[in-house]
Design a binder for this molecule. Sequence first.
Ligand code: 5AD
Ligand code: SF4
Length: 435
Amino acid sequence: MNYYYIETFGCQMNVHESEKIAGILEEKGLTRVSEASLSDVVVFNTCCIRDTAEKKIEGNIGELKALKRARPDMIIVISGCMTQQSGRAEALKKRFPFIDIILGTNNQYELWDKIERLISGKKKLISIDDAEKPPISEDVPICRTSFPNAWINIMYGCNNFCTYCIVPYVRGRERSRDPELILKEITAATDSGYKEITLLGQNVDSYGSDLASGMNFYKLLERIAGIEKKFRVRFMTSHPKDLSEDVIKLIAEHKNFCKNIHLPVQSGSDSVLRRMNRKYTKKRYLELIDCIRKYMPEAGITTDIMVGFPSESDEDFRETVDLVERVRFQNAFTFVYSPRKGTPAAAMEQLPPEVKKARITELVARQNAISDEISRDYLAREYEILVEDELDGVVAGRTDSGRLVRFPGEKSDIGKFINVLVTKNKASSLYGERV
Ligand code: 5AD
Ligand code: SF4
């Protein structure tokens, strides 16, 4: 066994979990390849947040059948959120009998053990730990793939049960990592040259609520601010019900914290927010935005918005458009509500698809126009860019506020902070030149 291939679907949490899966395989001497057909182990790390994600993954799993027929000793592993839904692992195995190993969201660290057992016994294996609070697996090797950014988990799971969301069912309740281990990981990453840390959690603002030590997100950030090195710190995701003025102030005051907040609003209608179990109102959300802008006038604020939640009326939707116009988000990830089996909203009365479609089209057009207007504010100004990527003599990197800027450069610029004057705004991308 020499080669492995991983395909990751879904969010940054999954991107990072794939880095752990890669870490396990590399530790055993396997090398990554960029095509499934060339590999001995194929891993699909899956997502189930929306039906579109699941349909796409099912299609891709189906395509593995021919590969497996040509190479019966190829090991096919399906892991992550999709497998963790009730009854789903068995259904997957039935529909795609060529799958060898299925690992739930808390079982990925068992990968090598399962591969060995498969080889010795030729048995298909399913391992799904559906405890509410499975223990955190520390000491899993990580093969980072996002230089100069290092993803670092601060917590796992979610306690919020927004009525549309499958995450609490597939990732269990909130478990916070030991702050000392988080700080050790940050120090190790920055010591080895990483220039950006992104703290990951489903609801980072409630970090520590399950720890006996009285630790919380503010205190964790204070400790991180105490590390005397130049690197950027981002985090995701914040919840509007929990993001505090103290945290906002701390981010504003410390140079290492990026002035970039992702704050999913979901809807601008109080009645929809109530039915979503979001626990804040439009007024409260707008106050939070004012608070962020009071301390950080230049902050890049981004959000997630959903249209077509059950019983969302035209009036409700107008409230969402009104909120988007008032806040003027730098960028918004917009979604059509997708019923998820087992969640309360899936049992509510659904809207017709054409209503959802008309709303998403209008929302996207409005937000694109706003994002474009905001882009113009960047023109003729200078920014410090952390370079992330290079293609054909053009590098791409982000401002502190999270905007991507492209300018001429080379591979060796990746991981460097470079001052750039923004000169052009084309098709919602920013371009610039070194100063
Ligand atoms: N349908 C559509 N979008 C969803 N999201 C979460 N669950 C669903 C669903 N059932 C969106 C939310 C969340 C983002 C990660 O995905 O906007 O913030
Ligand atoms: Fe899902 Fe809500 Fe938890 Fe986010 S906070 S993961 S939307 S239940």
